[in-house]
Design a protein around this ligand. Sequence first.
Ligand SMILES: C[S@@+](CC[C@H](N)C(=O)[O-])C[C@H]1O[C@@H](n2cnc3c(N)ncnc32)[C@H](O)[C@@H]1O
Length: 279
Amino acid sequence: MTDLDFDHFRQLVRLRSGLALTPDKAYLVLSRLAPIARAEGLPDVPALLTRLRLGAPEVLLRRCVDAMATHESFFFRDGTPFNLLAERVLPGLIEARRASRSLRIWCAACSSGQEPYSVAMLLQEAGGALAGWRTEIVATDMSESILAKARSGLYTDFEVNRGLSEARRNRWFTQEGAAWRVSPALQQMVSFRPQNLLQGAAGLGTFDVIFCRNVLIYFDVPQKRAIFADLATALADHGALFLGSAETVIGITEAFELTPGAPGLYRPSTVPAALARTA
Ligand SMILES: C[S@@+](CC[C@H](N)C(=O)[O-])C[C@H]1O[C@@H](n2cnc3c(N)ncnc32)[C@H](O)[C@@H]1O
């Protein structure tokens, strides 16, 4: 592939998804775009990159940017955030929201849906405590193709055996041939919507809990800062933000602080920004 085409593609991916493709990632571009080049009837990936640079339809541009994203996810990923949600965050919110009896949860960059469906299981399992409440899980991702998989609620044997106990698998999924289908009770709790974190969160409303896990790692500091500002606006009073285990607010934003003894659980900062800067 020519430097010109590769640089153009790197720029396209960076602009649209935030992902920084360093020059040593050329091998990744070659392997991830190969099926698309084939499907387009092109001889190879370099030919596809030239086509992208010279002007390709929007749908093809999107497919190529999507192909570079990592969609790795699994049910109850890392355990701790979900235990904290069930044992600390939900009890606090049930108390704080007893007048409105409503809860909104946002799973940003939800990938193939394991995260929002895990949250839905926990809300269902909270049973009586949330009986009669309005609960809504909004799950977003920039990738339309991964959202289509999430919406389908269909998982392979491998996927349902990653993170799910047998009891939960049998309770919340039914087997359909080689696949497992998530129960309608969970499916109707989650609304999947396309959303790019680099384009703000306006229009989604406010949330009591936000999961934004294992995606900020792909962004540079100014992009993270802008996303944290949007998350701070979207998070309601007494709200909770969950980040991935490799993600932090340190040196990026003063809008959130880590909850002591609760890895990955952040709350809106109690220290006014001006004081925090001089502390
Ligand atoms: C590694 S997955 C994380 C899935 C899930 N949050 C978890 O922790 O298991 C990262 C997801 O972020 C999405 N993504 C990447 N850049 C994005 C952006 N700018 N806006 C929204 N989603 C993005 C990708 O499509 C991918 O599905």
